[in-house]
Design a protein around this ligand. Structure first.
Ligand SMILES: [Fe+2]
Length: 291
């Protein structure tokens, strides 16, 4: 299955976050996640560190209008473009300045864009931000959304885009049936690069930076402490993904995660099922229940 999946190998490169106060939000990410800050030609701000970057723009507070996934080279990108075109997908111009010519976007059923492209070397500093002391690593690794229409979103992300389902979370209903409340998707061996939670409305959920070990999580938490940024959830360990984590909130209340030990899957691993309860979301303690 995965050998013939044209999405396979695509990795999350960056996302865009919108806010009513871009300078405040950019300063938060610059300081909290040890990134450099640079103004872009379209008026947005690029935050960039080692293996992590995001764009902060002016807009609705907490909105996350697109997620950008990169392919390793132009050949893979062209094959993926052909795969979507063959399905009659409407390909739109790429909204990100960080990918080379040839990048494109598609709109999901909730109106959020998924962007696919190849890194433009001119927009990649490839290293630690100048003027910052060394920090633990933190690779932008996954992005998660909430939706009120899980069926339509699953059809789009699985059948059209080609994301591979790793884990399902299922709630037992009073009538004896079950309702799917979360789906975790992979596009590489890592447990998930994208996920979605059932909610009462479409909204951004969180994104995550993957670090190398538990001690990195300690060091990032100590770093947050020096800035008097309280941990919002965790530390804990998720059921799906088995990753260690904590989360903080940005100035708009959008959640950001530091993660370690995210599970790697075998290509032929079947979809697993988890019960909809606090323990699935956090084996160590309280869960963040979206519904
Ligand atoms: Fe996460």
């Amino acid at each position: 299955m995965i050998d013939h999946n044209p999405l396979w190998g695509a990795e999350l490169d960056h996302i865009r976050l919108d806010t009513a106060d871009p300078s405040k939000t950019a300063a938060f990410y610059r300081d909290a996640f040890a990134m450099s800050e640079k103004s872009l030609a379209d008026g947005s701000t690029l935050l960039q560190g080692e293996e992590r970057r995001l764009i902060v723009g002016s807009g609705i507070a907490g909105d996350q209008p697109y997620s950008a996934f990169r392919f390793a080279d132009e050949t893979r990108l062209a094959a993926y473009r052909a795969h979507l075109t063959a399905q009659g997908m409407n390909l739109m111009p790429s909204p990100t300045p960080l990918f080379s010519d040839g990048a494109f976007a598609v709109s999901d059923p909730d109106g959020r864009q998924m962007v696919f492209g190849v890194i433009d070397p001119a927009q990649d500093n490839g290293g630690s931000p100048e003027g910052h002391p060394p920090h633990p690593p933190g690779r932008m690794q996954h992005v998660v959304v909430a939706t009120a229409d899980l069926a339509a979103m699953m059809a789009f992300y699985e059948d059209t885009l080609g994301f591979v389902a790793t884990d399902h979370v299922l709630r037992d209903d009073e009538d004896g049936g079950q309702t799917l409340t979360a789906v975790f998707y992979r596009s590489t061996r890592e447990h998930h690069s994208f996920a979605m939670f059932l909610s009462d409305a479409a909204r951004p959920d969180h994104h995550a930076y993957e670090v190398s070990c538990w001690n990195d999580i300690r060091d990032w938490a100590d770093h947050m402490a020096t800035l008097e940024i309280k941990l919002w959830w965790g530390p804990g360990r998720h059921g799906p993904g088995n990753n260690l984590f904590f989360m903080v909130e940005d100035p708009d209340g959008y959640k950001v995660e530091i993660s370690a030990e995210l599970e790697n899957m075998a290509d032929d691993d079947p979809v697993r099922q988890w019960p909809h309860n606090e323990r699935s979301l956090n084996l160590w303690g309280p869960g963040w229940m979206r519904v």
